[in-house]
Write a protein that binds this ligand. Structure first.
Ligand SMILES: *[C@@H]1O[C@H](CO)[C@@H](O)[C@H](O)[C@H]1NC(C)=O
Ligand SMILES: *[C@@H]1O[C@H](CO)[C@@H](O)[C@H](O)[C@H]1NC(C)=O
Ligand SMILES: *[C@@H]1O[C@H](CO)[C@@H](O)[C@H](O)[C@H]1NC(C)=O
Ligand SMILES: *[C@@H]1O[C@H](CO)[C@@H](O)[C@H](O)[C@H]1NC(C)=O
Length: 334
């Protein structure tokens, strides 16, 4: 008993960082980072976060937001990824794969994304290591690219898949889609870089204002930022759980992976994610300045009940059918 409580106290006293859930906000063909102003954008996205989400987003989103699907009530940021579809192996029709909430999140989270802001890694306190500066209003970035292929391992750092054996048992990290049915779904992770050039809220490729010093996957501490990108920001990470289970019986043993991304990505290497900063005022900096508590911001951030978060919505601005069996991926020719 004694050694157990000592271990628990040790863990509690040395962790830092934020982890929280955001329910699904909307699934639409919009992309205010890569294709601002396009309604529709080229491919479908699963989006969580604040209700300022729109085809074009400029200025201080956090100041304008009036509701958010995130548990952290002052976070009007938007977080999004491509959408997973199942491609029927014999007739070629597509069906959207539903998102389920991460088993570790606050009860009441519906679908959604688990969001992390980690200042160091998952086991050490930040302030004793390095100061963390948070993003400015208008900041945005992407990680990964639909065009990345298996030969470009360096472009795939921090982007991974796990084949869930249960909702909490993830199995090993993989670079590509699983090669056989997963008993409890597919777990997808996107880690963003943690070094910023300190000047640009965006860049033409939405990535070169950021720099990734991590050469391994996972929640590892990034080596020091280079002089080109000297500002250490929180490492933002998304986790999404795709409930593939109802398609398992249609995936016959020996057949290739039938899951595709909404950009027609049959290779898992094209997985990518977009981030639009939208915290209100200094709420995120306040949380990052705290130490020795993980997950909840040490009381520095107002949390809302997920039943309130789930009431936050945005309009369907595209108005197309994305569900049921469809002959084409939304916006795609095949
Ligand atoms: C989205 O953009 C349109 C066109 O600019 C605007 O009319 C609408 O009010 C915006 N919605 C939100 C929630 O900002
Ligand atoms: C493909 O198979 C699914 C499931 O059996 C069925 O619902 C769908 O209508 C089929 N699509 C076509 C084009 O036949
Ligand atoms: C992968 O992408 C790189 C860079 O675009 C390209 O040079 C290479 O030919 C591609 N490889 C394959 C197998 O498609
Ligand atoms: C965070 O800490 C830095 C460094 O100590 C300090 O300059 C800044 O005012 C703090 N910001 C907030 C919002 O607490």
């Amino acid at each position: 008993m004694k050694s157990l409580s000592v271990a628990a106290a040790f863990v509690a006293s040395v962790q830092a960082g934020l982890r929280f859930g955001c329910s699904s906000l909307t699934i639409q063909r919009l992309d205010p980072v890569v294709q601002p102003g396009s309604d529709p954008s080229s491919h479908l996205h699963h989006i969580v976060g604040g209700n300022q989400f729109n085809a074009t987003m400029t200025g201080d989103v956090g100041a304008r937001g009036s509701c958010t699907t995130c548990q952290m009530a002052e976070d009007f940021s938007n977080y999004w990824t491509a959408v997973m579809y199942f491609k029927h192996p014999t007739n070629g029709s597509y069906h959207r794969v539903p998102v389920v909430n991460n088993a570790a999140l606050a009860s009441g989270t519906t679908g959604g994304i688990t969001v992390y802001y980690t200042p160091y890694d998952l086991s050490r306190d930040n302030l004793k290591q390095q100061p963390i500066t948070v993003f400015k209003p208008g900041f945005r970035m992407t990680v990964g690219s639909p065009t990345t292929n298996a030969t470009q391992a360096a472009k795939h750092i921090g982007l991974s898949y796990n084949c869930l054996t249960t909702l909490i048992n993830r199995g090993p990290e993989m670079r590509d889609f699983p090669t056989k049915p997963c008993p409890a779904g597919i777990f997808v992770t996107h880690h963003f870089p943690a070094c910023w050039d300190g000047k640009n809220l965006d860049s033409p490729d939405h990535q070169s204002h950021m720099y990734n010093t991590i050469t391994l996957d996972g929640f590892t501490n990034a080596p020091p930022c280079p002089s080109s990108h000297p500002v250490r920001v929180p490492q933002v990470t998304y986790e999404t759980v795709w409930d593939t289970t109802k398609f398992s019986s249609l995936w016959k043993s020996g057949d290739p992976n039938p899951f595709v991304w909404s950009f027609e990505g049959t290779s898992g290497y094209g997985t990518h994610a977009d981030y639009m900063f939208g915290w209100k005022g200094d709420a995120l900096q306040r949380a990052m300045n705290k130490s020795e508590c993980f997950y909840d911001g040490c009381g520095s951030i107002t949390k809302q009940d997920m039943s309130v978060a789930n009431k936050c919505t945005v309009k369907d601005m595209v108005g197309e059918n994305i569900d049921g069996w469809v002959s084409h991926l939304p916006g795609m020719s095949s």
